[in-house]
Design a binder for this molecule. Structure first.
Ligand SMILES: NC(=O)c1ccc[n+]([C@@H]2O[C@H](COP(=O)([O-])OP(=O)(O)OC[C@H]3O[C@@H](n4cnc5c(N)ncnc54)[C@H](OP(=O)(O)O)[C@@H]3O)[C@@H](O)[C@H]2O)c1
Length: 259
């Protein structure tokens, strides 16, 4: 698809992939709107990327999504691309009785219900556009589970299946449905895992978003940058190779926390 003169809404645009998407898409001549929960981070991003428009909005809050839809489409009726990027990844020890259930399901509300609610809110509007697209950001951990982040993997695998289904159901509309299957990358989300995983294998987010932009431009509906491509192949022919490594990392990390 043409990646200029679009009006693009990116959830979670104040750091990591969302920020890099905003930076690249602005440079390509698009109107870019970003969201996030933290107003101070939105203000800072606006300083760094003066062309960007910002809305404070929490993707896990259904009312906030309704308000975002009303305000964003009123101010930007040309809005034609939605990037569901906002996400959270946490280590969770499922045997830790001090973690309450609301806390455990938090990632489901952000990473899975959030994008689904965003799509349902924006779908009637996107259907009125001739050059529309939805991009959902999943993960290599949607292909092979990382037991240290049990809820995260469940949300990303769920989002991957949902995205495949959405693509089929929207086949006869003008909306193209993309999935970015992102590998581990050096962003604030990943910082919490340094010490658990081998940081030298993390992909530079700038390079990762470059692959994503090229994928969108060439209508590659499933985009696998860097190690995600390897994970996609290995997950089909020998899934236990990577899963065994992830199991070992989990056991080591949980043992360290309990020690
Ligand atoms: N980095 C990786 O290794 C990696 C690998 C695979 C997939 N991914 C996926 O890529 C996406 C972006 O991750 P990242 O690494 O760029 O993370 P990041 O640097 O932590 O950025 C996350 C962004 O999302 C926003 N956000 C978080 N929760 C939100 C909510 N409830 N509502 C609205 N905005 C919210 C954050 O701002 P506020 O905190 O101010 O809300 C921030 O702007 C996520 O979906 C993640 O799962 C990341």
């Amino acid at each position: 698809m043409e990646l200029n003169k679009n009006t693009i809404l990116i959830t979670g645009g104040t750091s990591g992939f969302g920020y890099e998407f905003a930076n690249r898409l602005l440079a390509l001549g698009n109107t870019v709107i970003i969201t996030g929960r933290d107003q101070a981070k939105l203000d800072l991003t606006k300083k760094k990327l003066p062309g960007v428009y910002t809305f404070q909005s929490d993707v896990s809050d259904p009312e906030a999504i309704e308000k975002l839809f009303e305000r964003a489409t009123a101010q930007f009726p040309q809005l034609n691309i939605l990037i569901n990027n906002a996400g959270e990844m946490r280590k969770i020890d499922l045997q830790d009785e001090s973690i309450d259930l609301d806390n455990i399901v938090r990632e489901i509300n952000i990473n899975l219900s959030g994008p689904i609610r965003m799509v349902q809110a924006f779908l009637p509007h996107l259907k009125t556009k001739s050059n529309a697209a939805i991009l959902n950001v999943t993960s290599g951990l949607a292909l092979i589970p990382f037991p240290l982040t049990p809820i995260y993997g469940a949300t990303k695998a769920g989002l991957r299946f949902y995205t495949k289904s959405l693509r089929v159901q929207l086949k006869n509309t003008g909306i193209r449905v993309f999935e970015l299957v992102a590998p581990g990358s050096s962003t604030p989300l990943h910082d919490k895992f340094s010490g658990d995983v081998d940081d030298s294998r993390l992909m530079d987010p700038v390079k990762l978003i470059d692959v994503a932009i090229k994928g969108l431009q060439s209508d590659k509906f499933e985009i696998y940058p860097g190690l995600a491509k390897v994970m996609n192949i290995v997950s089909r022919i020998a899934p236990s190779v990577i899963f065994n490594q992830l199991k070992k990392i989990t056991e080591k990390s949980l043992a360290k926390t309990k020690a």
